[in-house]
Design a protein around this ligand. Structure first.
Ligand SMILES: Nc1nc2c(ncn2[C@@H]2O[C@H](COP(=O)(O)OP(=O)(O)O)[C@@H](O)[C@H]2O)c(=O)[nH]1
Ligand SMILES: [Mg+2]
Length: 376
């Protein structure tokens, strides 16, 4: 039987923690027969006596544990709590859940079912069919919450996940162990977005469970809205830029940029040292650039698919030269030659830059639409 640990992070939740734990122990756990259910409270030495309340509950139920630490923020409390759950309690599956009653515990069985079906990370969502933010929130707070999530989804361009910021989740311990090191940099509420972002990046299987979030009845939210918005924007934008720069478009620019520099230097030498037509200078200089592009692509951009022996290397290179030269001869050299015919040898660099610009658009279009097109 798999061991499940529900982690409840607390900072000044006396009154709430008692209610949540009692509800879990009396109403929810007895209905779950196929998992070994446990609770861990990750408290940051709350001055209101949250920990004492938990110690009292521990006398009544033996499946509760308490992990205390210094207050460094929600993310730090989760990393500490999850480490404890795995190492000291032997957890196979962990839940993230607010201790203030905002996360409907009736949904726990649905989360577990998704995990049992083979998902690695299950998120509670308030923004898809059947989910909702608290109905009594004022309209501007609802709007803010919806817009913020939409913004994250848009910047990441990952629309299949509806709720990036929520804190009601279930995950296999393997997911936490894989991401733990990186998560140590995210102490505050931003932990939730960055954790999910890494989970998606590493291609873990993610599923969603819609739920109706209710409002707090006791105590107040610990989130500082302005600082949080800033953290979210900063994280999402920088993470996305990094992703794009190290992704295929960034590599395309670096490889193409190197090829451009090589070609323009050789082209200039040929223009000045020979009387060949500019179109011919273009085609000749392109051959060195194509050679460089081929090797950079082979060793870097598509290194997972690189040629494995010399025969294959030559064969692939011949194919690359052939297809690249179609664009070079028809588009790049054609435009340069047209320039020479219309305006003479006065502006060789201008013709070259225009020809190369049009060629780039052509190349990226054919690469992404035809050669390396994404599979559905
Ligand atoms: N241990 C710990 N728990 C925290 C901290 N900040 C928030 N929490 C807990 O995390 C949960 C969610 O926080 P809450 O203030 O309700 O955030 P909100 O629901 O987004 O308004 C609650 O159970 C809080 O007690 C923290 O710094 N340390
Ligand atoms: Mg809350």
């Amino acid at each position: 039987m798999k061991k499940v640990v529900i982690i409840l992070p607390t900072y000044n939740e006396s009154g709430n923690i008692d209610k949540v734990i009692t509800l879990l122990e009396e109403d929810i756990f007895p209905k779950i027969k196929n998992h070994d259910m446990n609770i861990l409270v990750a408290d940051d030495n709350s001055p209101d006596g949250t920990a004492d309340e938990v110690r009292n509950l521990m006398k009544k139920w033996k499946n509760i544990d308490l992990n205390l630490g210094e207050k460094k923020g929600l993310g730090a409390a989760y990393v500490r709590g999850m480490t404890y759950a795995v190492e000291k309690m032997g957890a196979d599956i962990m839940f993230e859940m607010d201790a203030d009653g905002q996360h409907d515990p009736q949904k726990i069985t649905q989360f577990l079912q998704k995990i049992d079906e083979g998902n690695d990370f299950v998120i509670g969502t308030r923004y898809s069919n059947g989910g909702s933010v608290p109905s009594n929130w004022p309209i501007q707070r609802k709007a803010f919450s919806i817009v913020a999530n939409l913004l994250v989804r848009t910047i990441f361009a990952r629309f299949s996940i509806h709720d990036w910021t929520g804190g009601y989740r279930a995950l296999k311990k393997e997911v936490f162990l894989k991401e733990k090191k990186e998560l140590e940099n995210f102490n505050g509420y931003i932990f939730q977005i960055s954790f999910l972002h890494k989970v998606v990046r590493d291609k873990f299987k993610v599923a969603e469970v819609p739920f109706l979030m209710t409002d707090r009845t006791l105590g107040k939210s610990k989130i500082a809205p302005l600082g949080y918005i800033f953290d979210v924007l900063f994280y999402v934008i920088t993470a996305r830029i990094k992703e794009l720069a190290t992704g295929s478009f960034g590599k395309f620019l670096v490889v193409g940029g190197t090829g451009f520099v090589i070609q323009v230097v050789i082209y200039q030498i040929l223009v000045n040292a020979t009387k060949l037509p500019l179109g011919i200078d273009t085609v000749l200089s392109a051959q060195m650039a194509i050679f460089s592009n081929y090797n950079l692509n082979n060793l870097w951009t598509f290194k997972e698919r690189k040629a494995t022996n010399f025969g294959q290397y030559v064969l692939k290179m011949a194919g690359f030269f052939g297809t690249s030269n179609v664009g070079v001869i028809v588009i790049q050299s054609g435009i340069v030659q047209l320039g020479e015919i219309l305006y003479g040898r006065n502006y060789p660099l201008v013709y070259f830059v225009i020809g190369t610009g049009v060629l780039m658009v052509w190349n990226f279009g054919t690469y992404s639409l035809v050669i390396w097109k994404k599979k559905k």
